[in-house]
Design a protein around this ligand. Structure first.
Ligand SMILES: NC(=O)c1ccc[n+]([C@@H]2O[C@H](COP(=O)([O-])OP(=O)(O)OC[C@H]3O[C@@H](n4cnc5c(N)ncnc54)[C@H](OP(=O)(O)O)[C@@H]3O)[C@@H](O)[C@H]2O)c1
Length: 287
């Protein structure tokens, strides 16, 4: 897939040291964007930074971002804002699955990393994104969100992961990605900033490394490559025909109806308010 020219655009991709995020960052840079990789380990990201520089002749930027820590999220956003440069594209790609625990701030691990860290990161960068409009925010969700049929179990978000496989928690976190995209679109209406949620496909990345036997080998049998996995992210990030679309869900480079729960506007608003509170932002002006 050849992308529209991205020269002059500034982009951040989270979780870009591996998997779908790595391909997303590389292809955006190849298309001319000035790309920043927001990852938790500089050491693990260095080979990707080198590869992008070799491919484009331009050095990409690096931000230390550990989504298990809201303090780290704040520091990463502050580091980018200190550069006083625009931000035309934020790809919230990082994620984990099949892992159990708590974040450093005491939230269920999957929800904390996949939703809450990205919620805060986006929130802190939002004024700059709005000033840079036209701009886009792309949230890498998952078809797993269809499994979260009962919505969000609010009483479990401040507890250690309960499920043995953590797949219920993963589905909830990905539902949160779709709801966040929708609520953000509503709040950003008329600003020139548009939002997108997507399922990348079932992709042979590292994300499934902690998913237990026998689920993992079954999944592996029908997985696609990370190059294929980045296509819908890149489509949402750059397709001119999506410039006026916002808050929608995509799969295989096509718009798709998300789950019934993901279309619940009251739930999206509640998630927004509770996320503000969980991030200690209650009372601050929201988007
Ligand atoms: N693969 C699939 O089949 C599939 C399907 C549906 C949706 N997705 C979504 O696609 C996105 C990308 O996943 P992937 O398949 O490319 O997985 P991956 O290869 O495991 O990459 C995940 C990325 O997220 C980063 N990450 C994990 N925890 C983090 C944290 N606490 N702070 C900062 N970064 C963190 C990882 O960094 P480290 O290397 O430091 O761990 C890595 O860069 C995820 O949001 C995932 O939910 C994937």
């Amino acid at each position: 897939m050849s992308l529209p020219d991205q020269t002059g655009k500034f982009a951040i991709v989270t979780g870009a040291n591996a998997g779908i995020g790595k391909v997303t960052a590389l292809e955006l840079a190849r298309a001319g964007a000035q790309v920043w990789l927001a990852c938790r380990s500089k050491e693990r990201t260095q080979p990707v930074l080198d590869e992008i520089e070799r491919a484009t002749g331009r050095a990409p930027g690096f931000l230390t971002l550990d989504l298990t820590s809201l303090a780290s999220v704040r520091a990463a956003a502050a580091a980018y804002l200190a550069l006083k440069q625009p931000l035309h594209l934020l790809v919230n790609n990082a994620g984990l699955a099949g892992q159990r625990g708590l974040t450093q701030d005491g939230f269920e691990l999957t929800f904390g990393v996949n939703h809450l860290g990205h919620f805060l990161f986006t929130h802190l960068l939002l004024d700059t994104i709005k000033e840079s409009a036209p701009a886009r925010i792309v949230n890498v969700a998952s078809a797993s969100h269809y499994q979260a049929k009962k919505g969000i179990p609010w009483d479990r978000l401040r507890q250690r992961t309960r499920g043995i496989t953590a797949m219920d928690e993963y589905a909830v976190s990905k539902l949160a990605n779709v709801l966040f995209t929708r609520e953000l679109a509503r709040r950003l209406y008329g600003t020139g900033v548009t939002t997108y949620a997507l399922h990348p496909g079932v992709i042979a990345s590292e994300i499934w490394r902690k998913v237990p036997w026998p689920i993992r080998p079954v999944m592996r049998s029908f997985m696609k490559s990370t190059e294929e996995g980045a296509q819908t992210s890149l489509y949402c990030a750059t397709a001119p025909e999506l410039a006026e679309h916002s808050g929608r869900y995509y799969d295989d480079r096509k718009e798709k109806r998300p789950s019934r729960v993901a279309l619940d506007d009251a739930l999206a608003a509640e998630l927004w308010d509770r996320s503000l509170e969980m991030c200690g932002l209650t009372g601050r002006a929201a988007a």
